[in-house]
Design a binder for this molecule. Structure first.
Ligand code: ZN
Length: 239
């Protein structure tokens, strides 16, 4: 049973939600973050009530939407996030670094961070990845449920058998930019290829303590020792 001190611990901690899928609603439904809603689970009143200090908004399209259409949709979602931040300057601030998250905390604001969910959103173009980074993205989930042109997903038929050469370059660019490569959804082979290619910790962006108790989509348990060495310590490993 929950004790009163549990709540206290929660509200004293810097609580980070590493992935919410509300972004598309900002575009499709004109969802307004400033108002408490009866549906969904994320808006400013409820983030505040829940004591959430920082939250990653995921930018996503289904893996069937590729090419320029995927880039266009991603940009519309960046725009919607930025407009919500501009509309609620007392409550929200775009965080591009761990220092920004701490600054937001001190200022009584919620740090909003951005994630890309699905490598298809970069349309095989590192310049687009760099553009997303400049718009605030700080991690990229390499695949969603379908393979992308440079990496296999865990829920699709093996096609590339891991990362392609271009996929290895994507990891290098993520490392260089200070973005986390998130291995949620990728195939086991892709997962191991990412571990070999990455010079930086990889995600999902949750702490090891949580990883210890939370089985992940990939076969993390099979490679725990090596994996833990490389898995991110915290969300805030990006620079
Ligand atoms: Zn998502």
């Amino acid at each position: 049973m929950r004790k009163p001190q549990d709540n206290e611990l929660h509200f004293q901690s810097l609580v980070i939600d590493a992935h919410v899928d509300t972004t598309q609603r900002l575009v499709a439904d004109g969802f307004e973050l400033g108002i408490r809603h009866d549906d969904g689970s994320v808006d400013i009143p409820r983030l505040r009530q829940g004591g959430v200090a920082a939250v990653f908004f995921a930018i996503w399209t289904p893996g069937t939407i590729t090419g320029p259409a995927a880039v266009e949709r991603a940009q519309a979602q960046f725009d919607a996030i930025h407009r919500q931040i501009a509309a609620h300057p007392k409550d929200l601030v775009l965080a591009r670094s761990s220092a920004d998250v701490l600054r937001a905390r001190r200022a009584g604001q919620i740090a909003l961070l951005i994630a890309i969910e699905g490598g298809h959103l970069i349309n095989n173009d590192l310049a687009i990845l760099r553009r997303y980074h400049s718009l605030g993205a700080r991690y990229m989930t390499l695949t969603h449920t379908l393979n992308v042109d440079w990496a296999d997903a865990s829920t699709d038929r093996p096609l590339h058998h891991g990362l392609t050469d271009f996929g290895t370059r994507v990891i290098g660019e993520l490392n260089r930019l200070g973005m986390l490569a998130d291995v949620s959804h990728v195939s086991d082979k892709t997962f191991y290829d990412v571990l070999s290619a990455s010079q930086a910790p990889v995600g999902p962006p949750i702490p090891p303590a949580a990883l210890a108790v939370m089985p992940l989509a990939t076969s993390a348990t099979k490679c725990s020792a090596r994996w833990r060495q490389k898995v991110a310590s915290y969300t805030l490993t990006f620079t």
